[in-house]
Structure formats: C-alpha cells, structure tokens
Design a protein around this ligand. Structure first.
Ligand code: NAD
Length: 291
C-alpha cells in the first residue's frame, strides 16, 4: 500500500483514548468511523466532538471551515462491519484485556480489506501477542498514543519481529500527518519507552506513600515543583485511570507470579470502590463539584 492510499480510518473503542484519536484523525482530513459496543459511550463521544470543535474555532486553532470538515469526517457507529469494512488503517483502542483484543483483531482480519494495517493503542500488550489472531501478522503493530490524545504529541510505534518495514514506515508517516511526533521502538519491550520511565517514578512514589513518608499531594508537588513535571504521578494516574493501572498490574502479576508486581493496597482500595480517577469524580484526588 502507498501512503496516499490511506483514506479511511477505523477506530475501535470510543472511550477515553479512542474518541480523541478518532477526532484527531478527522481534523487531519481522514474519513473516520469510530466503533464502540457501548451506546452511551458513542453518544458521549459524538457530543464531545460537537462541543470541542467550536472551542477550537473560538481559540483560533481551527477555521470554521476546518471544524466543519472535521465534523463531516467523523462518524460514531455501532457496528464493526460498517466501521472497518472499508478501512485502510485501523486503530484499536478498546479495553485493555488481551483476550478481548485478540477477538477484536480476529474479527477485524475478517472484516477489514486485506491491505489494511491493524494497529493497537494498547498501553502494555505487545502486538506479537495479538498478531497471530490474524492472517496478516506483518500488518499488526503497536501505535501507542498518550492521554489526552488530542493534546499529547508523542506516539510510540513498536516494530515487533513480525512487522514489515512497510507497515512501520506507513504508521510513522501517518503519525506525522496526525501532527504527532512518533518514536520507533525497534524491539518489543514491556511497557514501551516512556511508560517504563514513568513506571520507575510511579513505583518509587507508591513506595513512599505506602511507607508513610509523604502524602499523595506532597509527592506530586515534589515532582512538579522540583523536577518540572507537568503533573505528579498520582495526578497523572487520575487522568489515565486507576482501573487501567489496576488491570495492568494484575495482568503483569498473572504473567510473572511475582507479588512485587501486585497493585499497591491503596490502589486496590480505590479500584474496589470504583474510584478510577477524574472519569468517576474521585481517585487519588476528589473532583466532586469540579468541572
Ligand atoms: P476506556 O475504558 O475509556 O475505553 C475503552 C472502550 O472500549 C470502552 O468505551 C468500551 O465500551 C470499549 N469496548 C470494550 N469492548 C469493545 C469491543 N469488543 N469493541 C469495541 N469497543 C469495545 O479505556 P481507554 O483508557 O480509552 O483505553 C483504551 C486502550 O487505550 C487500552 O488498550 C489502553 O491500554 C490504551 N491506552 C490508554 C491510555 C490512557 O491513559 N487511558 C493511554 C494510552 C493507551
């Protein structure tokens, strides 16, 4: 496939990440269909587009014509067949569960045109664990956006051993057209680049909290005002979702059996109470009453 042949994009999952990746692609001129199994999520995502685009026009970031074009480019749909049937490039951003992703990729392999590249936005699952659910392993790779996907510039593209040079090159180029800065990982590695670095910080922050050395806000403040980070590890975790952290730690523990990989008790406590961070109004911080 030539780069110019990429015209239709399918995004699977309209949650936290999916709807923003889809909108970024639509703003950058692609025809995008975003699919989710949850009707409420689809409605919410559609309403977000309606509120976001006028805001960008007001701020002078988009012209009225560009905003109208982006609105016309994006559709939220409740059928995978209609979302992926004519896709040249698919970005999967569904819930972080390996068995679910393998099922989605098997379905995508059946539905999407043979030339389509199938990328996963997974935070932790390398594409070699998914690729063999398809008959096009050379076209299955990681394309890891950061949250919020409309804002964050970095995208990690991971070229596993099964991935062709062509698929990696096309994905890197697509990231650039999406106005992102892609980095290429030449090997599959647990946690990719930035999350490995963050994991080290977050492990240390959890330990300091657990040992009673300092409270959440003070640990965050140390990172922000001492190291110049835009936000501390706990505030960032509220943004990315405590549910995602919990699921990832549990997956890791299942894999390794190492108790050190278990989520820390304070995280488990929040998870069990359904306190997932900003999206539920409470996580490490309380957002009730805040817009
Ligand atoms: P989310 O829970 O906000 O959204 C996941 C969506 O997937 C939900 O709307 C759910 O209804 C949908 N879904 C579940 N099964 C589906 C199916 N069979 N078909 C289509 N949709 C389905 O989660 P999220 O935070 O957007 O994470 C999505 C993916 O992006 C995960 O793989 C995660 O690891 C990755 N990711 C997340 C972040 C982050 O900060 N949240 C950052 C980078 C990557």
């Amino acid at each position: 496939m030539n780069f110019e042949d990429i015209k239709n994009i399918c995004v699977v999952g309209a949650g936290n990440m999916g709807h923003q990746i889809a909108l970024q692609a639509a703003i950058c001129g692609y025809k995008v269909k975003c699919f989710d199994v949850n009707q409420e999520t689809l409605k919410k995502a559609d309403a977000f587009v309606d509120s976001y685009l006028p805001g960008r026009v007001e701020k002078g970031r988009l012209t009225t014509e560009q905003a109208q074009a982006a609105r016309g480019n994006i559709q939220f749909v409740d059928s995978l067949e209609s979302a992926a049937g004519d896709a040249d490039f698919v970005i999967e951003a569904a819930t972080e569960v390996l068995s679910l992703k393998r099922k989605i990729f098997a379905d995508l392999d059946r539905i999407a045109p043979k030339h389509a590249i199938l990328a996963t936005n997974s935070s932790a699952i390398v594409s070699s664990k998914i690729a063999d659910a398809t008959q096009r392993q050379d076209k299955v790779l990681n394309m890891h956006f950061f949250n919020p996907a409309l804002v964050m510039k970095l995208v990690e593209v991971v070229k596993g051993p099964h991935v062709s040079d062509e698929s990696a090159d096309l994905t890197m180029e697509l990231c650039r057209v999406f106005q992102k800065v892609p980095v290429l990982l030449k090997k599959e590695v647990d946690g990719f680049l930035l999350n490995r670095i963050f994991a080290a910080i977050s492990r240390e922050a959890s330990w300091l909290l657990e040992m009673g050395v300092a409270e959440v806000e003070d640990i965050d403040n140390a990172c922000v005002y001492g190291a110049g980070h835009p936000m501390g590890p706990f505030r960032l975790n509220d943004l990315t979702g405590l549910d995602l952290s919990y699921i990832m730690r549990m997956e890791k523990f299942r894999e390794t059996g190492n108790p050190a990989d278990l989520p820390n008790p304070r995280l488990v406590e929040h998870y069990m109470k359904g306190e997932y961070g900003e999206k539920t109004g409470k996580g490490w911080y309380d957002y009730s009453g805040k817009k």
